[in-house]
Design a protein around this ligand. Structure first.
Ligand SMILES: Cc1cc2nc3c(=O)[nH]c(=O)nc-3n(C[C@H](O)[C@H](O)[C@H](O)COP(=O)(O)OP(=O)(O)OC[C@H]3O[C@@H](n4cnc5c(N)ncnc54)[C@H](O)[C@@H]3O)c2cc1C
Length: 343
């Protein structure tokens, strides 16, 4: 059997893509190696401007009009009349997006790990039957995250990469917080993102300037000082690829983290995954489609990437910028959502 479109990975990028290609009549298959939809190491923060139109509001667990920022010398709160950031449960988001993709006609096969690509043929292992299978495609979409096999098949390296560690603790926490401590996290930060009955506590850093082990050590130092009991809980770490080198390669496309479209500065990747998934689907359906939303987002992505490269070279710059940005936010010279990936 052959498919018009095969998508590797049922994250937000792959699912957004599948909903559109299948609703436009293209025979679409998603292959996902996990058996639980939506499960992903993530703080679940969704920026209001970018995602409010794309994620149903009833999926939001908490919404925050006020953000609390801490640097080495300032404690600042920034408020807006509408929420600045909300939190979502990634499994619920995945369930909702896969339901919509299936309703539109996409076939999703879980527990199927793609192992190789040859010409217009994919080979994958169905972990339930333990059988290797092959499928032909006309278009292939790599939506398979930061360690993408499709990206490797295309011969694209991923040098610019971040790392995030997340702990999901039980409890009801009131405030959304950002800790821009450049001594511990360089140009990255530690976060406190409250969900309904849990809180995501973690840290993000440019992996070129700090290894995962050191990041974990520094996160523990910060958490102990700030009163978050991480010991005894299981943290999870994953890479965040921001090494964008294009999304369209003949009949193969890359979206989301596979394309390196997450922000190198903040680690925001849900919005870039959905926007690139939707845009790629429209390009497949209509090769003359002009993906303006994606192109505008790529401009923000490039700005973020340039900033991270400059900041990573020098701790002094990171400290100075963190203090300056926080001061400007306090004085309302810049708005909090200036750091969003949405234009
Ligand atoms: C600690 C941490 C915190 C984060 N917090 C936030 C946040 O608060 N807000 C935000 O916007 N972003 C956040 N991100 C980033 C965000 O999670 C990602 O950018 C986003 O999930 C990317 O979506 P995607 O669809 O491109 O890829 P993914 O969500 O990674 O989905 C890729 C899918 O492909 C599947 N797959 C991979 N290889 C194969 C294969 N060979 N065969 C079959 N299936 C395969 C995987 O199982 C996975 O389901 C965070 C990331 C980390 C690590």
């Amino acid at each position: 059997m052959s498919f018009d479109v095969i998508i590797v990975g049922a994250g937000p990028g792959g699912l957004a893509c599948a909903e559109i290609t299948s609703s436009q009549g293209l025979k679409t298959l998603i292959l996902e190696r996990k058996t639980i939809i939506g499960k992903k190491v993530c703080a679940g923060g969704v920026t209001w401007n970018g995602l409010v139109k794309k994620v149903p509001i009833d999926l939001f667990e908490r919404q925050f009009n006020t953000q609390y920022l801490f640097t080495r010398s300032q404690n600042v709160s920034v408020s807006a009349p509408t929420p600045i950031i909300a939190t979502v449960n990634r499994e619920k988001l995945g369930q909702q997006m896969s339901y919509k993709a299936q309703q539109a006609g996409a076939e999703i096969r879980f527990g199927c790990q793609v192992s190789s690509i040859t010409g217009n043929m994919l080979t994958f292992l169905d972990k339930t039957t333990r059988k290797l299978e092959q499928q032909k495609f006309t278009y292939l979409v790599g939506a398979d995250g930061s360690s993408s096999l499709v990206r490797r098949y295309l011969g694209l390296p991923a040098h610019d990469i971040g790392i995030g560690i997340n702990y999901q603790l039980p409890g009801n926490y009131p405030h959304m917080q950002w800790h821009l401590d450049s001594v511990l996290f360089s140009s990255g930060y530690a976060w406190v993102f409250p969900h309904k009955e849990t809180v995501s506590v973690g840290a993000y850093v440019d992996a070129r300037v700090m290894k995962a082990k050191k990041l974990k050590e520094n996160l523990f130092k910060w958490a102990e000082k700030s009163g978050y009991p991480l010991a005894g809980y299981k943290g999870e770490a994953e890479l965040i690829n921001f090494d964008y080198r294009g999304y369209h390669f003949k009949n193969i496309f890359l979206v989301g983290d596979a394309a390196g479209l997450a922000s190198g500065l903040t680690g925001e990747g849900i919005y870039p995954a959905i926007v690139s998934g939707e845009s790629v689907a429209r390009c497949i359906v209509n090769p003359k489609f002009n993906p303006v939303e994606l192109q505008n987002m790529i401009k923000n992505h490039s700005r973020h990437r340039r900033m991270v490269s400059i900041l990573g070279k020098n701790k002094f710059f990171s400290t100075l910028l963190a203090e300056l940005v926080t001061f400007c936010l306090k004085k309302k010279v810049i708005r909090f959502n200036a750091a969003e990936m949405a234009p």
